[in-house]
Design a protein around this ligand. Structure first.
Ligand code: HEM
Length: 380
């Protein structure tokens, strides 16, 4: 449940100064630039001549984002780690499974007792054991990662990262709180931005006229040089692609519940004090009264000429109010920079049959089948 107490306020300060605020984002700029460079190099390695080649974006992008998550949170990339408590050495893929995929799947685990509340007293041992096992592995891994880096930090080594900020003098977080905060920053970096970027590339590969328009804008603003974060403010169509993708494929379709402290009215309904409400963002974003042809992906609807803030608030994709997403700037920087660079470098075409592959999985609208597209170098 979203609260707004002292602990929350303290953590929000750490989050902003250690990882997501403007200064922290500036510190991490070189990590983001490296990430995009590596994704592009990976895709070039799949191309042999001026022809189209079939590629999957998810694998290299996911791996690079996960690396970025480690660098921002712990100050270094981790390729593998021996976890004493588990007695195993984990590869990067296994760490991703434990820190990102398993918790996401756990969040949508169905407890059959929810459908029969009068049978709540019946134990659901298999589910409880599964969740406990997942939680134990996640905790052991994060604890291990923290302890390794903490040694370097206490030796006085210069490691500028979120953990460094969390354990700096005067902070009073318990080990459990540290584990929770470091894990949250890793999963938040690794999941929703990947989903948004993959769906944006799917839509651009499916809609050649939108892709061409974006390419022309990029040529106009950047000429023959690579897009930079400074260019983003001059690329409204790129930003419109990002917002329309969030509206259409919302990676957080349901936001954490809100507790109603005072009786109020919402959308014409009386809501008594004490109610817990859940907002379905996907339904809000697809609302037929607000949008023209809401069932079509049309970036133009975000080109009203208003400022970026106003465009962003047209959807509730990042939530609203005090608990609004703290990582929206990072998500936008990474997603827009990646989409921009991928369109600058390559011509994208969907693989035959891929158009129909719009099924989703997990809590965050993950594309069930990774995007498969043909790419050709624009230099060819
Ligand atoms: C496109 C990507 C993303 C979307 C759509 C998204 C969406 C959301 C939403 C809907 C909320 C809940 C807001 C509310 O309750 O009103 C939220 C909260 C949050 N998000 Fe994001 N998010 C994204 C990326 C990120 C990233 C990359 C990070 C950090 C690395 C991040 C960090 C957070 C944090 C810390 C909160 C809690 C804020 C608070 O409670 O004060 N998000 N996000």
């Amino acid at each position: 449940m979203s609260d707004y107490g002292d602990y929350y306020k303290m953590v929000k300060r750490y989050v902003l100064s250690g990882i997501l605020g403007t200064n922290a984002q500036k510190r991490n700029r070189h990590h983001r630039d490296t990430m995009i460079k590596n994704v592009v190099s990976h895709l070039y390695s799949k191309i042999k001549d001026e022809d189209f080649y079939l590629v999957e974006l998810r694998e290299p992008f996911q791996s690079e984002l996960f690396q970025l998550a480690f660098k921002q949170s712990l100050g270094k990339n981790v390729e593998s780690v021996y976890v004493e408590e588990l007695g195993v050495t984990l590869t990067k893929e296994e760490m991703f499974q434990i820190l990102v995929t398993d918790p996401m799947m756990g969040a949508i685990e169905v407890d059959w007792r929810d459908f029969f509340p009068y049978l709540r007293w019946v134990p659901n041992k298999s589910m409880e054991l599964k969740i406990q096992h997942m939680e134990m592995r996640k905790r052991a891994l994060v604890k291990n990662l923290i302890e390794e880096q903490r040694l370097h930090i206490t030796r006085g080594e210069e490691i500028s990262c979120y953990l460094d900020c969390l354990v700096s003098d005067g902070n009073t977080l318990t080990d459990e709180q540290l584990i929770a905060l470091v894990w949250e920053s890793i999963i938040e970096t690794s999941d929703t931005t990947l989903i948004t970027t993959e769906w944006a590339m799917y839509e651009l590969a499916k809609n050649p006229s939108c892709q061409d328009r974006l390419y022309q804008d990029l040529r106009k603003v950047c000429g023959s040089k690579h897009i930079t974060e400074e260019d983003l403010q001059h690329l409204p169509y790129l930003s419109a692609v990002f917002h329309e993708t969030l509206r259409f494929h919302s990676p957080v379709p349901i936001i954490p519940p809100r507790h109603v402290h005072e009786a109020t009215q919402l959308g014409g309904y009386d809501v008594p004090a004490g109610t817990d409400i859940i907002i379905n963002l996907y339904a809000c974003n697809m609302d037929k009264n607000d949008w023209e042809e809401p069932g079509d992906w049309k970036p133009d609807r975000f080109l009203s000429g208003e400022d970026e803030h106003a465009e962003m608030n047209k959807t509730m994709s990042f939530g609203a109010g005090k608990r609004k997403c703290a990582g929206s700037a990072q998500a936008m920087l990474i997603s827009c920079m990646t989409v921009g660079r991928l369109v600058q470098e390559f011509h994208w075409k969907l693989k035959e049959g891929e158009e129909e592959n719009t099924d989703t999985v997990q809590l965050t609208n993950h594309k069930l089948y990774p995007l498969q597209a043909y790419i050709r170098s624009r230099c060819a």
